[in-house]
Design a protein around this ligand. Structure first.
Ligand code: ZN
Length: 216
């Protein structure tokens, strides 16, 4: 019994579920907030050079794909992908940290990037008013797994529950605020079907008309 308790302790501390109450299924299409969560310490992130606070709750969630690295399927692979992206962003881009607020792996786990309270570096001009979530992989031709998508949706619902994302938030693809193919055609077509998807802004040409940006 003691051995089992110790084992359970090891497993639960290494998985690191966020302590969030379950959603009421009658009022929310997300039926559970229990997704696996991998903290920075767990994927062995470097300490950021500097951080800037993000004003929350944010009105937007921007969806990305990493393109490179490609899809990962185990915690080890996804942690390695996170370290690779952080190295690239800090060394090659000379940024303070990995750019995304969160990434979602093909293993169905959410990987902590800059988190809910530090401003990201994922969508130029839009970082002040959004959380950037990236699907690890190349989603030009195929969509992420059902489990990966469910984890991302649960993450967003958790952000609303915790007060970091506005309940009336808008979900957009990176290409709507920047000249980029991100998050890939296949994934972009998918997010267009999500309840909170917003067709506005339609492109970088609309940025002058984004009300939330005028406050910054
Ligand atoms: Zn992107």
């Amino acid at each position: 019994m003691i051995a089992l308790l110790i084992l359970f302790g090891i497993i639960s501390s290494s998985i690191g579920y966020p302590s969030v109450d379950k959603a009421d299924p009658s009022t929310n299409d997300v039926t559970t907030y229990d997704f696996r969560y991998v903290t920075r310490a767990e994927w062995q992130a470097k300490t950021p050079v500097q951080t800037t606070p993000l004003k929350t709750p944010v009105p937007y969630v921007v969806i990305h794909h990493t393109y490179i690295p490609g899809a990962c399927h185990t915690r080890e692979q996804c942690s390695s992908a996170m370290r690779g992206m952080q190295n690239y962003n800090m060394i090659d881009n000379n940024w303070w940290d990995i750019g995304y607020n969160f990434a979602v792996g093909g293993d169905g786990a959410v990987y902590e990037g800059r988190g809910w309270t530090d401003r990201g570096a994922h969508s130029l001009h839009f970082n002040n008013i959004s959380i950037g979530i990236s699907f690890i992989g190349d989603y030009r031709f195929t969509v992420p797994s059902v489990e990966q998508i469910a984890a991302a949706k649960s993450l967003i619902a958790t952000g609303v529950e915790l007060g970091f994302v506005k309940p009336a938030h808008k979900i957009i693809g990176h290409r709507q605020v920047r000249r980029t193919a991100c998050p890939g055609d296949a994934l972009y077509e998918l997010i267009k079907t999500w309840d909170k998807y917003s067709p506005f802004p339609g492109s970088i040409d609309d940025l002058d008309n984004v009300e939330e940006l005028k406050k910054y």
